[in-house]
Ligand binder design. Structure first.
Ligand code: ADP
Ligand code: MG
Length: 275
């Protein structure tokens, strides 16, 4: 575990490189393991898409997952909240065994928020209603409390003034921030992001990344699939590279970007960093 001082000196180095001057003190990563994937294997029909995926995430850790299209990034994070079943191996989330039976799915989903590339907001509900729905339906939160919660998180993503609008009346960046607020309304312990900025016009990427940086600074455990390497560099505690259904390499960002050990990662970085 890094001390605050070490974190500060890391941030200073990043400052010198002009990466992220505003990021000064990162919250501590706890020793407690919150997600454990052990030898997870998954097939779609005859096609194996995950091969012996092992991943241990500690509370408060910020993980970025990158890799070529089709390498299994989405499938991996979707297995964590069991949007996808897997056939072999074991996943434990905050001590809950996500066994093959799917028995504990609801318990796990209550702890894990997810944000998708396509915001997936309900078009016929206002922003406020989108945020209130799950807490009321799933958690049994009373309307008044759900509304308070929704406004709290809409303020957190800095769009409380849009509460009465419908998703189609918002920009892509605003819709994605609503999607983040909606996930936060379930007060998850873990947030999973699947390429949250990939569907956005370039000028809207920053507002969504800034929202995610805010969450990271607050100590949220996060796994983000993204090709925003600037974000990975300055926010991630660990960057993971997947290729052909496997975790090929993982390292703290500095090492990941400056001393990649696998040829496939070097090739990938060559492509994404010099676009
Ligand atoms: N529902 C599905 N049915 C069949 N194959 C799928 C399905 N979803 C994903 N795949 C395949 O699984 C592999 C991994 O996909 P995915 O996890 O989406 O990769 P990534 O997110 O890294 O682009 C790919 O070969 C993809 O074609
Ligand atoms: Mg994907």
């Amino acid at each position: 575990m890094k001390s605050a001082q070490e974190m500060n000196s890391t941030a200073m180095t990043q400052h010198d490189k002009g990466i992220r001057p505003d990021h000064v003190v990162a919250p501590q990563v706890h020793d407690e393991v919150i997600i454990r994937m052990e030898n997870v294997n998954k097939w779609f029909g005859p096609v194996q898409v995950l091969t012996d995926v092992n991943l241990t995430v500690r509370k408060g850790e910020r993980i970025v997952v990158c890799g070529p299209s089709g390498s299994g990034k989405s499938t991996t994070i979707r297995c964590i909240n069991r949007l996808e079943p897997y056939q072999k191996g074991q996943i434990t989330v905050d001590g809950i065994d996500l066994g093959a039976s799917g028995r504990n799915v609801d318990a796990v989903r209550a702890e894990v928020g997810m944000v998708f590339q396509q915001f997936n907001l309900f078009p016929h509900l206002t922003v406020l209603q989108n945020c209130m729905l799950a807490p009321m339906k799933v958690r049994g939160v009373r309307r008044k409390d759900a509304q308070e919660l929704a406004m709290k998180y809409l303020e957190r993503v800095r769009i409380p003034e849009q509460a009465g609008k419908y998703p189609a009346q918002l920009s892509g960046g605003q819709q994605q921030r609503v999607a983040i607020a909606r996930a936060l309304c379930m007060t998850p312990k873990i947030m999973l992001f699947d390429e949250p900025t990939s569907a956005l016009d370039p000028e809207m990427v920053k507002e969504v990344l800034d929202t995610m940086i805010g969450l990271a600074d607050d100590g949220m455990t996060m796994i983000c699939v993204t090709h925003e390497m600037g974000f990975a560099r300055s926010v991630a505690d660990r960057v993971i590279f997947m290729d052909r259904g496997q975790i090929v390499e993982q390292a703290p960002p500095e090492q990941f970007f400056t001393q990649p050990s696998h040829a496939r990662l070097r090739e990938f970085l060559g492509q994404v960093l010099h676009k």
